[in-house]
Ligand binder design. Structure first.
Ligand SMILES: Nc1nc2c(c(=O)[nH]1)N[C@H]1C(S)=C(S)[C@@H](COP(=O)(O)O)O[C@H]1N2
Ligand SMILES: [Mo]
Length: 397
């Protein structure tokens, strides 16, 4: 099937819930609600379905037993229902405008040939990943652990492109707009900005490849912004317009969305209003247990492999510790190959259950700055930044 035809069937049945027969049942310790698994999205395999329009698809937990998330299993999140489903690269252009000396347009080939390509692994994680575990549950999509993934991103430095256009003095921010559009005139378009100093760092790129392939449409074909170490809300998909600004961008997405309470714990009591807020930026340290799944049945004396991933904002993972006695004692997991400071770090541990009954397995990551996953996290209205010590419970028989 040609990439152009992928979305045809989907558009017709956009409002019908045609889903597979599998249900994620109690996918982990905290889940009560069940969501169906779907295979019907173009360029995607089995993912947990929260919505068809816009597509909201989560990667099932068991796929985090490996450092690299395949494109087909990579989660999907769009805010606006009118998403790009076909892009003609003959006419597609990236526009650089605003406070620059030479406003300019590039084709995808221009980008690939005029600028030095760079590649690195980096974790893309939604700010609301793990929102389902907060009590009470904040409003928003009740993601479990799977609104995250790690890929090899290849593209060009934003700094090279902006310097080519020539940044005028007085510039302070850069705004990014993708090809997705609001379905109704009063819905605000998804346009976000980043501070100029972050944009000019070496590691902020516009990627045209994900794991050595063109990006899937649902993950931002043909070009997406990569801001390693920062939450996914900054990683604008299908970028087509970049505007250099001499004053802060003011719109719904910058002023109201993706805000955290601006205090030490970044938290408030449920129901209260934060006095001040700030925009969410860097990710915190986190580990997730992929296998065994919650409620797995395991035989006494049979060795099982416990596996998962860990990551942070870019200091890198120092250790992943596991506990089999509710946090009294901890053992070091084996770490997989180092794939760069922004990548998932795979970890694994072989364990032989000695006695029958229920067993809780906990995982706790420590980064190179000495930060550790907490046992509890304060509540915030967005349900952002969940990174509590992970756990699964297995039945030993
Ligand atoms: N153009 C565009 N880019 C976007 C968004 C969007 O709605 N439109 N959502 C952001 C958010 S909140 C997330 S979590 C990620 C999701 O990326 P993915 O769909 O590739 O997993 O894209 C980000 N970039
Ligand atoms: Mo997100």
């Amino acid at each position: 099937m040609n990439r152009r035809d992928f979305f045809k069937g989907l558009a017709i049945s956009a409002f019908t819930a045609s889903v597979g027969s599998n249900l994620i049942e109690k996918a982990d310790a905290f889940t009560v609600k069940t969501y169906p698994i779907t295979t019907k999205f173009p360029e995607k395999d089995k993912l947990i379905l929260y919505s068809e329009r816009p597509p909201l698809l989560e990667t099932p937990r068991q796929y985090f037993d490996r450092a690299i998330t395949p494109n087909k299993l990579f989660f999907v999140r769009w805010h606006l229902a009118d998403i790009p489903t076909y892009v003609d690269l003959n006419s597609w252009r990236l526009k650089i405008q605003g406070n620059v000396k030479n406003p300019i347009e590039f084709s995808l080939d221009d980008l690939k040939t005029k600028f030095e390509p760079v590649s690195f692994y980096a974790v893309l994680q939604c700010s609301g990943n793990g929102r389902n575990f907060f009590k009470p549950k904040p409003k928003g999509i009740h993601w479990n652990h799977g609104a995250m993934g790690n890929a090899l991103w290849t593209g060009v430095r934003l700094k090279d492109i902006l310097n080519y256009a020539g940044i005028k003095s007085g510039s302070i921010e850069v705004a990014f707009d993708g090809l997705d559009k609001p379905p109704y005139p009063k819905t605000p378009d998804f346009i976000r900005s980043l501070p100029l100093d972050r944009v000019l760092e070496e590691d902020v790129i516009l990627a045209y490849e994900m794991n050595n392939e063109p990006l899937p449409y649902l993950n931002g074909f043909p070009l997406r912004l990569i801001v390693p170490g920062w939450y996914a809300t900054h990683w604008i998909k299908s970028v087509s317009r970049i505007t250099v600004l001499d004053k802060p961008l003011k719109n719904f997405w910058m002023e109201k969305a993706y805000k955290l309470p601006d205090n030490d714990c970044e938290c408030i009591k449920p129901g209260e209003k934060p006095e001040k807020t700030k925009t969410i930026t860097t990710m915190n340290v986190k580990s997730v247990i992929a296998k065994p799944l919650d409620n797995s049945i395991v035989k006494v004396g049979e060795v099982i492999k416990i596996a998962g991933v860990a990551f942070d904002y870019g200091s890198g993972i120092r250790d992943v510790l596991l506990s089999f006695d509710n946090g009294k004692t901890w053992e070091k997991a084996n770490l997989g190959t180092y794939l760069g400071r922004y990548s998932f770090r795979e970890w694994f541990f072989y364990y032989k259950p000695k006695k029958k009954g229920k067993l809780t397995i906990m995982s706790r990551a420590i980064n190179n700055d000495g930060q550790m996953q907490p046992f509890e996290i304060g509540w915030n209205p967005g349900g952002y930044k969940w990174n509590v010590v992970d756990k699964v419970q297995i039945n030993i028989v």
